[in-house]
Design a protein around this ligand. Structure first.
Ligand SMILES: NC(=O)c1ccc[n+]([C@@H]2O[C@H](COP(=O)([O-])OP(=O)(O)OC[C@H]3O[C@@H](n4cnc5c(N)ncnc54)[C@H](OP(=O)(O)O)[C@@H]3O)[C@@H](O)[C@H]2O)c1
Length: 315
């Protein structure tokens, strides 16, 4: 384990006063904890959720604990390209010019039992976990402040260790498996995206960095909102092992927070928990799975994302 990251926790977050952060999926789980800790350190948080009520509820909860928190609710459904454009349009009007220090692509859905299509006709996990964040990042990228400390963070998953990109089955058209194909491939796409973003930002000399993180195994709504499916033996094993292998959402947020604000986090690096099998623990640099290491896959995916979303990334 790197000395630099040993026992890194929320108390290590540097002051964030004067920094503006956009976090997706911050009304729940890891995103909520990430928003709360950044707000505690003085960051201004733009908190879009799937409904204004959810965003306001989360804000009320954070304000109960941190009355001085600067939080703005908004609406964003990453499964709808129209909603992504609407949110980005609203953001551009409210916060014109270079106005973001940190964009954290955290929102996600996991293991939807049957193959579902979004309003745009995309498979729901690929759309929510990858295409939506890709489009959002492309549209908000011009608003990133061009200075050291500006970062784009993409939350992936340790399940990418077993994932592979199948460009002939990107959206589960030929074969749909909720967890080990659709979810894992969408999170691998996130990782490929983060790495390609890092390469492109580096080539154009941008001071903005791109990092990625995974939370290990954190108990959140993720396990209940999508699955409930899968072999019952696996579900039983998971419920027995859960107390030993998992951590709470606050701990699960640490790799994301590290990737977002730790001065020692490096663009292009991937952060996860330091414990057994990267399931729990303090943040450390974790190996990038083989399936995410081929830049040709990353470029191909990028081109495909631009084609599907109709948005050209200005980078
Ligand atoms: N928990 C883990 O063990 C684990 C492991 C690996 C990776 N992750 C990743 O960590 C991230 C956060 O997950 P979590 O565990 O904190 O789960 P969570 O508690 O279910 O939070 C997920 C967040 O994403 C939002 N979201 C879902 N669909 C959305 C959409 N179409 N548009 C906008 N927002 C949407 C949810 O909003 P609603 O409240 O409206 O549903 C919620 O705020 C995800 O990217 C997940 O893949 C988690």
């Amino acid at each position: 384990m790197s000395q630099q990251t040993r026992s890194w926790n929320a108390a290590c977050i540097p002051p964030q006063t004067g920094r503006r952060v956009v976090i997706t999926g911050a009304n729940s789980g890891i995103g909520f904890e990430t928003a709360r800790e950044l707000a505690r350190k003085g960051a201004e948080i733009i908190l879009p959720a799937r409904s204004m009520a959810k965003a306001k509820d989360a804000i009320d909860q954070i304000r109960t604990e941190i009355p001085s928190a600067i939080l703005t609710p908004s609406v964003l459904d990453l499964a709808s390209q129209a909603s992504v454009r609407e949110f980005a349009g609203w953001f551009s009007r409210e916060y014109p010019g270079p106005s973001i220090d940190l964009l954290i692509n955290n929102a996600g859905v996991m293991a939807i039992p049957g193959r579902e299509l979004t309003v745009d006709g995309f498979e729901r996990q690929f759309a929510t976990n990858f295409l939506g964040p890709f489009a959002l990042t492309a549209l908000l990228n011009p608003h990133l402040r061009q200075r050291e400390g500006s970062r784009i963070v993409i939350v992936s998953s340790s399940v990418t260790k077993w994932a592979k990109m199948d460009f002939g089955n990107l959206q589960g058209e030929r074969r749909y498996r909720p967890m080990m194909q659709a979810y894992s491939q969408s999170k691998l796409a996130d990782l490929l995206f983060a790495l390609e973003l890092h390469r492109r930002l580096t080539i154009c000399g941008s001071p903005v960095s791109a990092t990625s993180a995974h939370p290990g195994y954190a108990i959140t709504n993720l396990q209940t909102s999508g699955p409930g499916s899968g072999p019952s033996v696996l579900r039983m094993a998971s419920s027995i092992l859960r107390p030993f292998l998992s951590q709470d959402a606050a701990r699960g947020a640490l790799p994301t927070l590290f990737a977002a604000v730790a001065p020692q986090a490096i663009s292009g690096n991937y952060y996860g928990p330091d414990g057994f099998f990267e399931l729990k623990g303090y943040p450390k640099t974790v190996p990038i799975p083989t399936a995410a290491q081929d830049p040709r896959d990353a470029q191909r995916l990028w081109n495909e994302a631009e084609r599907l979303t109709g948005i050209t990334f200005q980078i």
